[in-house]
Design a protein around this ligand. Sequence first.
Ligand code: PMP
Length: 426
Amino acid sequence: MPSWERIKEDFPIFHNLGSGYTYLDSAATSQKPLFVINAISDFYLYHNSNVHRGIYRLSEEATEMYDRSRENVSRFIGSRDPGQIVFVRNATEGLNLLSYTLGREMAQGDEILITIMEHHSNIVPWQFLQDRGIKLVYADIRPDGTLDMDDLQSKMSPRTRIVSVTHVSNVLGTVNPVREIGKMAHDNGSTFIVDGAQSVPHMPVDVEAMGCDFMAFSGHKMLGPTGIGVLYGRKELLERMHPFMGGGEMISEVYRDYSTWAEVPEKFEAGTPDIAGAIGLSAAVDYLRSMGMDNVMKHGRDLIRLTLEMEEEENIPGLVSYGPRDTEIRGPVYSFSIGDISPFSVNQTLSEDGIGVGASIHPHDVASSLDASGIAVRSGHHCAMPLTHRLNTVATTRASYYIYNTEEDVRKLFRSLKRTAEVYSR
Ligand code: PMP
């Protein structure tokens, strides 16, 4: 078991910010260990050249490093063939690729089934297809923040061509039963897509066991650099699909009037790829693997469990939080509000007899106040506006944890929240 108290030492940013700095925004992006930073600079210092083009030694070295990174990422998510790993910029690009390519094969009246807890990157690309008469259908959540599986089932129809679901919600932390959803989707003859942006960094993920057709995720949320992400796709599907972007690398032959395509995955990697990014992501995978993804998941659950316990103990007036209380189905994300922050509310939460029971504090003010104590959290709609509205609010504050966070970080969060609530209720 890794020593969680010591892991911060691997991350230069914490030396630079000072040991008292508490970073609780890893659901937005994670910090990077020196191991990853070194892998990227090593590439630029000693191996930099373009891939798949040169006949010279340096280019062969770069190509080998790039290809090895693909193999490493493939193994990490349980894919049996590195040809199923397409390097993209991020989860968003992976999902846009799918909307473009799968959308070409869809007809008016076809349906895409998603959930109300999706990130905008698993909503907006599908909305692009609506002007061709393709319908976007939403499955709802239950009051405890879990996905309403009966609603999901009832919304599957013979026209449902795609079911696309987040594995872990970036607001609620809900871990969705993707294996079960995949079976339902396949029984219905639908293609099953998983948004793995918040799961791959935090838990063991095996695409074969999960039974998904595609999964998209981002390197920067799992200790890797920004600018590199992955779209996993079943080989036979990738082979059948039309390319996304055209240009160099993705072709076999180009004539004046037409072109033929390279094999997958190159067919989907037009232009010079983010070579250093892929190498950095592979280093991040090595680092995470050395900790054991079971241990990473357990650490996240321990921190969320403590968070929910502290929430009950501290009993901050007006504090409401969202998402399942069962830590077995909860990622390390904690979203909450203090008081009613609907646009029509007054600035005090009142009890029935009209006595103030606590302040109503806008999430941006909560975040600013925590920042003054050296705690970084996010506030707003977290790129999940339909979910925010479904929760009947306009914004929340979100603390999210990763391997470098400790129990002391959770305690510090609640000490500062308590102080903030007291100051605002004066
Ligand atoms: N899906 C989920 C669940 C996310 O949390 C995020 C990032 N917040 C994304 C997709 C998009 O990731 P990126 O911005 O790296 O493309």
